[in-house]
Design a protein around this ligand. Sequence first.
Ligand code: NAP
Length: 201
Amino acid sequence: MLSMLSMQKKIMKFHCIVALDEKLGIGFQGKLPWKLRADMRWFKQTTLGNSTHANVASSSLIMGRKTWLSLSPNYRPLKNRMNIILSRQAQTPSFLTEKEQQSPFVKLAGSLDEALTLSQALEGLPIFVIGGAQIFKLFLSAAHIENLGSLYVTHVKKTFPSDALFPNILQNFQKQRVLDSGEENSLAYEIIEYTGYLSPS
Ligand SMILES: NC(=O)c1ccc[n+]([C@@H]2O[C@H](COP(=O)([O-])OP(=O)(O)OC[C@H]3O[C@@H](n4cnc5c(N)ncnc54)[C@H](OP(=O)(O)O)[C@@H]3O)[C@@H](O)[C@H]2O)c1
């Protein structure tokens, strides 16, 4: 079934940005399973763009409540980006401090449509869906994947214990380009942009 937003004509594409291991693992016990500074830098650069203005959002980041809580309180909200948190408790957000609730960079959404409406209100700013597993599953479902722009994947070349997985859909995309690769503390990684989703059916 098409969502309300999908039925409207002018839809801004959203991008997904994720780091995953060789078995699609993205998280363990509420945290990232690895420490990879190069990926953190890439995430920051990509979501901030060329922003040089302090206190001006340069993109919208859509994330689940658990991903929000996985961020260090010192880094919440992620600076100069609109942090849109999906939660079914959006009306009574006891997981936010008072300061976080008052921040102009924090918005709560009770549904995917609400998160996209809030993002689209910031006209022209890129929209990045940043996780976690539940949120990727939602945005990359058949009903919404047509609105995906690019899928930016940091492939971490190892397997880690994980309890949060990325959907098993990479084989349905075209590899657009390799953006970076390297090794950090014996951990190899490769950052790839995927586009052109082809439905398996
Ligand atoms: N490797 C990566 O790139 C990456 C990126 C992000 C996160 N992570 C990892 O992923 C893990 C977290 O992922 P997760 O799947 O457990 O949680 P999550 O997707 O971050 O958040 C789940 C929460 O989102 C809300 N939600 C889900 N579907 C919703 C809907 N349809 N409408 C409204 N709200 C909805 C619910 O919040 P309420 O319970 O409040 O209703 C739900 O509990 C952590 O380990 C984190 O470190 C990894």
